[in-house]
Design a protein around this ligand. Structure first.
Ligand code: FMN
Length: 171
């Protein structure tokens, strides 16, 4: 297991656009018995309701969503480039089909009972503040439905989760 240091949020110099959109992250949720993780490249880091928060967008049919919904916490783990193939794997295979940790060799570790990926180098540990299912009625720009959801069933709509960032870990 790697040694992580708590990292003060006000010292962060990361670019959230490249960090999330190009480098991607693994969203992890679950408990000591069973956890699951999936790749995400949509989301944000910001401020809401007086807290530093992470925003993640998870389609209803993701197995990881079941773990996020069941537990009070989730994490966002970021990685060095050398893990890109693992991130691709976590983004195309579902934990319903196979044990992604076993096959990839990536490992789950826990801090304060919150699961995160030990091979990551920058982790946001989050406490769920809100879960907002996004419906078609929310789309103001018709292109959104056409481009991202057309021909797909309800299970493809996203839920927005807002998580208070309790801790940032870095190594
Ligand atoms: C680069 C990349 C980014 C992705 N971003 C998201 C995302 O932001 N939200 C989402 O619901 N799915 C996203 N996915 C798809 C999930 O990672 C994928 O469906 C995964 O297999 C779900 O795993 P699970 O069923 O074990 O939860 C992304 C996939 C890739 C490859």
């Amino acid at each position: 297991m790697h040694q992580f240091q708590p990292y003060p949020v006000d010292l962060l110099e990361l670019n959230p656009f490249t960090k999330i959109s190009s480098e991607w992250m693994l969203i992890t949720a679950g408990n000591q018995e069973k956890s699951n993780a999936m790749t995400a490249s949509w989301g944000g880091l910001g401020v809401l309701w007086g807290k530093n928060v992470a925003f993640i967008f998870v389609r209803k049919n993701r197995y990881t969503k079941e773990f996020i919904d069941k537990e009070a916490y989730f994490s966002c783990s970021f990685f060095d480039k050398k893990y890109k193939n693992d991130l691709k794997y976590f983004g195309v295979v579902s934990g319903r089909q196979e044990d992604k940790f076993k096959i990839s060799g990536l490992t789950v570790n826990f801090k304060d009972n919150i699961p995160y990926i030990d091979e990551g180098n920058f982790i946001c540990l989050c406490k769920k503040m809100a879960a907002v299912p996004i419906t078609e009625a929310h789309f103001l720009d018709p292109e959104i439905k056409e481009k991202w959801y057309s021909g797909k069933d309800e299970g493809n709509l996203h839920t927005l989760y807002v998580g208070e960032i309790l801790n940032v870990l870095a190594r």
